[in-house]
Design a protein around this ligand. Sequence first.
Ligand code: PMP
Length: 394
Amino acid sequence: MPELAADLRGTINHKLDAQKPSGIRAFDAEVSKIPGIIKLTIGEPDMDTPEHVKQAAIKSIQNNDSHYAPQAGKPELLKAISKYLKDTRGVDYNPENEIISTVGATEALVAALFSLLNTGDKVVIPTPIFSLYFPLVAMTGATAVQVDTSADDFILTPEHLERVLQREGKGVKVVLLNYPTNPTGREYPKETLQGLAQVITKHHLYAIADEIYSDLVYGVKHYSIASMIPERTLFISGLSKSHAMTGYRLGYVAGPAEIIASIHKMHAYLVTAVTDNVQAAGAEALSNGRKDPLAFRKIYEQRRDMIVAGLKKLGFKLATPEGAFYVFAKIPDQFGKDDVKFALQLAKEAKVGVTPGSAFGAGGEGYIRLSYAASDENIQECLKRIGAFMKKLG
Ligand code: PMP
């Protein structure tokens, strides 16, 4: 086994070296070792990929669909994404030069951030939020300006954004939004997005909108900021959550042709193109599987109601999530504010795995995230265990 030469130690990319591994995964790995634990930690659908989507992937392999695809994506996939976005989000993207299919929304985020940002730029990020954004922004040489939204029920208001931009002065280039939000499940109302769009335009900024959970909303309508300011928005999404396809790794980014051309370059440097049969599956999902997320949505909504009611009964305060599959619950005062300590104790003593809120940036301290992409039985059992744990402690 080769050991790194002593004279090479400490010489790798310092920006990368400075990044800590994902708090969520590190915590998950630690609690996974506990025998008998039920985990509500990782954000991944527990459903199967729809059968017709699987068949499309199989057919593609059998047809020897095994050559380099066009870098941006196969025409049938790009057309399917374009039509889907037009029909469901009211935004018109030309499949020929305004959309790139990517290896998950993750690659779309990497390619978009590296295409836009220069050293010294600033990116406004409302928090708590999906923690991947922080190391990615740092790797580009830009700085993340975390904006704690906990005082506004985890929504970045236009007034708050305006205050932040006044304070930061010049240098902010991008506002990075994710709604429905991981980890809070909050959905942004239309008026809030319109207000944010105005502020973003006034300050000559880009918006990056990660809307990967937008097919999983409960009782509210999803609006896209891309439909309001398409000329300055990069729309990012994927099929991991909507069609339970996390392992396929399929996402996409859409926006003005000029920026998409740069993202195309970055995407080509990173991966060349998305895997052929994955593209075939994605085209099938978006063309003939528009209703697939509705079935998932029904199940998640029932689970959401169950877990929200259960947690409230136990004394947790929380803003009811309108989308995704997460609940972000405030730890009752008598248990203190140390969310990492609380989550660790919960894992060890009650055998319930949750994610400490501080893993999601400023404003997440004192909270825990519970993912309800889990069976009804597991959710009920976790609520029972959490209740018994709190009774014993409190
Ligand atoms: N954005 C958000 C907000 C997410 O929560 C996740 C996955 N947890 C991703 C992007 C990454 O999605 P993908 O599987 O498509 O890379």
